[in-house]
Design a protein around this ligand. Structure first.
Ligand code: UT7
Length: 327
């Protein structure tokens, strides 16, 4: 039996730190509101680095941490909602930046669930023996699509990248994955692309929405708490495990109150949740691999631990991956 397992992690965040107090000079907000409503104290903001550049830095660290030759990488899957171009994909740019030749590389857009979707796809490629060593990256420069005059959203997001190397193994790493989507809830969290405009339109369309994130926070909050619990239950049921068999949960880092709600419902102590949103905010596709890398560097996980990564995001999308920790 062939399995896939994580053999290396890496992360990169821009150096510029923006604390809540700095935002309170830009919009009508304050540190007390942001901290008590979200748990976020500060975030990192790119002052020039592009998505592919921070992605490549996280990937380089993951390859080094895995102790492999970068030429062993036979696929790159990159999750992002903030690509540098529609074409080429950000994964293509990372491939060039890392100096890797001829391998397939592509982006996936699944909102903040992108990294979990990426893990699921990589796991399938490895289990079907079409690939052996896959780089899965989550990378975002959300600051370029943030409306910095909208206090409902600008206090939430940050920039960063995280990556893992997934390798084929006869030892079970990833136990199971689960993903879902519900497009009819699209309006609650959107980031528009290019509006339809061409010389052949009968009526010229000048009212395309600006390309920044807009969100109905309350709707997303309620959805998030429900769907995180469902996603966790799905991977537990599929693997015949109970929540008490799980050592750690790495949730999408959106809001500490969402995580607390999930912890209470599942009757899991907060210490078993990996949390770093206080320092990085919501980094969308990057949030889980960033938190995973930090926990690994802090030696929080032991070989034999079971870890669930669980996310939700624009789409709306959701998903979870349950893995043995083998490093
Ligand atoms: O990756 C997925 C992305 N998104 C999420 O996970 C977001 C999920 N939702 C949330 O995290 C929360 O809904 C928010 C943090 C976005 C908002 O928290 P809330 O407790 O749902 O606040 P609210 O939207 O109900 O707003 C409460 C009040 C409002 O004022 P009034 O109408 O009561 O006078 C807002 O105008 O807080 C006001 N408000 C703010 N005040 C100070 C909204 N944003 C701010 C702000 N600073 N930044």
């Amino acid at each position: 039996m062939v399995y896939s397992k994580i053999i290396g992690t890496g992360a990169y965040v821009p150096a510029r730190i923006v604390k809540n107090d700095e935002l309170s000079k830009m919009v009508e907000t304050n540190d007390e509101w942001i901290t008590s409503r979200t748990g976020i104290k500060e975030r990192r903001i790119s002052i020039g680095e592009r998505t592919y550049q921070i992605a490549a830095k996280a990937a380089t660290e993951a390859i080094k941490n895995a102790g492999i030759d970068k030429k062993d990488i036979d696929m790159i899957i990159l999750a992002t909602i903030t690509p540098d171009f529609f074409m080429p994909s950000t994964a293509n740019l990372v491939q060039a930046e890392l100096g890797l030749e001829d391998i397939p590389s592509f982006d996936i857009a699944a909102g903040c669930t992108g990294f979990v979707y990426g893990l699921q796809i990589a796991d399938q490629f490895i289990k079907s023996k079409q690939s052996k060593t896959i780089l899965v990256i989550g990378a975002e420069v959300l600051s370029k699509v943030t409306d910095w005059s909208d206090r409902n959203t600008c206090v939430l997001f940050g920039d960063g990248a995280g990556a893992v190397v997934l390798k084929s193994s006869n030892q079970e790493g990833i136990i199971c994955t689960y993903t879902g989507s519900q497009g009819d809830l699209q309006e609650s969290l959107t980031l528009p692309a290019v509006p339809l405009k061409n010389p052949f339109l009968q009526v010229q369309n000048n009212n395309g929405k600006p390309n920044h994130i807009s969100m109905c926070g309350k709707e997303v909050f309620q959805f998030a708490t429900r769907i995180m619990i469902k996603s966790i239950s799905q991977v537990l049921n599929k693997s015949n495990l109970l929540i008490d068999d799980i050592d750690y949960i790495i949730p999408h880092q959106a809001n500490i109150r969402i995580i607390d709600h999930v912890a209470r419902e599942l009757k899991v102590e907060r210490q078993r949740f990996i949390i770093n949103l206080d320092r990085f905010g919501n980094t969308s596709s990057a949030s889980i691999p960033l938190a995973l890398d930090e926990a690994h560097k802090k030696k929080i996980f032991c070989p034999g631990n079971r870890v669930i990564m669980v996310a939700f995001g624009g789409g709306l999308t959701w998903g979870a991956a349950l893995s043995n920790w083998t490093m």
